[in-house]
Design a protein around this ligand. Structure first.
Ligand code: L3W
Length: 434
């Protein structure tokens, strides 16, 4: 009888030396894939994943089963069937303040490969790609080593473990742009094109890589699959007391005592993360605000500390769970300077396709720089508010500019006095000007 782990994603993580395929199998690895390939039909695996209510962990929280269900399925011999379908793992982890997938990529690469076998089998893909952040060199080495081991042990390639299932898995290291984390930009990059996002619809499940049905899932999302297969949908739902099932790899960074990552039941509160795991603020500093899920989320305040870190609760508090990586702002750090720093990142990473993003993000940088240097005026605050509207959802080609707006808009709301003080005092009250 296998004991079901309460931290399934990270229980086999070893960042010094990840398990070889033999070690992973000895620890119960590849049993989920074995069950799927030998004992369950594609439709049964899909039902299991739908029943688990697993939601995407890359930032948007889209239900995984629903995404897979969109992929057209064909009977053998159907002349309308595309000659190829693809599975892509989005491992382009570049969101500022987000380093959760890295733990899984470096610490337990076989878990991801097993997960991809299960996902590819379910959607009927025979080719799969891991699109990896360019700077993740150690992860690249460890993943390639694990892929080679999986081929040697017939967990990849032809007739996997004596079945009719075939899967080729390729590792692709990104040339290094944040926008490649957007699934359609990622697909363009894989095709060797400039990484501009495509218009959606069509969603990749219908027309993705090389125009074929393609599923793109995040590393953490996929890594849940072996465990759901092994222990079932009810076990997965029971991991969390919350409406969102499973665990979540949360993180905290900023001036906290012990920054890091922790796998906890979905719905752990911000307070638990920050104080029980992150050790609280460094001595002498007070919490002023935080971004709950990477740089492209709205600020929350100390009054939100008891909010559960799940999709609905964080949305009700006025932000997004995003990647679950807290970026903490303390009372000795200038919020204007922090938002300027984030906007500089987004301006640099804009693909330049649509006007609101191409022109709006550098414009916001210009205005924020002026305010931070003590050369701003009251009209600049109106300009920033107008820019937030100009770059909002529905007016842009993809989510990059609206993501950039989230910390800016919420900083203007919550830290308005700080903006005013810069203007009134003619310098940064935190840094005393430049
Ligand atoms: C079929 C529909 N499929 C949506 C699918 C869609 C995609 C998934 C989520 O951005 C966010 C972004 C970042 N029929 C569908 C459908 N889908 N409607 O569901 O789609 P979407 O458009 O809601 O989001 P997205 O474009 O995937 C993700 C935010 O995450 N973020 C950034 C994370 C960054 C990383 C990283 O560093 N790699 O994870 C943090 O919050 O701003 O808003 O698959 O096809 N009707």
């Amino acid at each position: 009888m296998i004991k079901a782990p309460d931290k399934p994603l990270t229980s086999l993580v070893n960042l010094e030396q990840p398990l070889s395929i033999e070690g992973y199998i000895e620890a119960g690895g590849y049993q989920g894939a074995e069950k799927a390939l030998h004992h369950l039909s594609r439709a049964e695996v899909l039902t299991l994943v739908e029943d688990s209510t697993l939601k995407g962990r890359g930032g948007a929280g889209f239900p995984t089963g629903m995404k897979w269900k969109c992929v057209p399925m064909y009977e053998p011999g159907d002349i309308n069937a595309p000659e190829c379908k693809y599975l892509v793992c989005n491992a382009d982890e570049m969101e500022p303040g987000t380093f959760k997938d890295r733990v899984l990529l470096e610490g337990v690469p076989h878990q991801l490969i097993e997960a991809m076998i299960i996902a590819a089998y379910t959607i009927g893909a025979e080719k799969a790609y891991i699109f990896l952040r360019g700077e993740y060199h150690l992860a690249a080495r460890r993943l390639q080593q694990a892929i080679d081991e999986a081929y040697r042990n017939n967990w990849l390639g032809e007739k996997i473990q004596g079945t009719d299932v075939h899967l080729d898995l390729y590792l692709h290291s990104s040339a290094g742009r944040y926008i490649c984390g957007e699934e359609t930009a990622l697909i363009n990059a894989l095709e060797g094109k400039r990484a501009n996002p495509r218009a959606k619809p069509p969603f990749p499940q219908f027309s993705g890589l090389f125009g074929k049905p393609t599923v793109v899932n995040n590393v953490e999302t996929l890594s849940n699959l072996p465990h759901i297969l092994k222990h079932g949908a009810d076990w997965f739902k029971g991991l969390s007391p919350d409406s969102d099932a499973g665990t979540k790899i949360y993180a905290a960074c900023g001036r906290v005592k012990t920054p890091g990552t922790w796998e906890l039941p979905m719905g752990a509160t911000i307070r638990e993360l920050l104080y029980d795991h992150g050790g609280g603020m460094l001595d002498g500093l007070k919490l002023k605000g935080l971004l709950p899920g990477g740089a492209s989320t709205d600020f929350l305040l100390p009054e939100h500390l008891d909010t559960p870190m799940d999709f609905n609760s964080i949305a009700k508090a006025g932000s997004r769970l995003g990647t679950g990586g807290l970026i903490v702002l303390d009372d000795h750090n200038c919020p204007v300077s922090m938002v300027l720093n984030l906007l500089q990142f987004f301006a640099q990473e804009s693909c330049g396709w649509c006007t609101p993003c191409r022109d709006g993000t550098p414009w916001a940088v210009e205005v924020l720089s002026r305010i931070e240097q003590g050369q701003g005026n009251k009209e600049d605050l109106d300009t920033l508010a107008k820019l937030c509207d100009f770059m909002w959802l529905g007016k842009t080609h993809c989510a990059l500019a609206p993501g950039a707006v989230e910390p800016l808009k919420s900083a203007l709301k919550y830290f308005h006095d700080d903006f005013e003080q810069h203007i009134d005092q003619g310098c940064c009250p935190y840094h005393g000007g430049h």
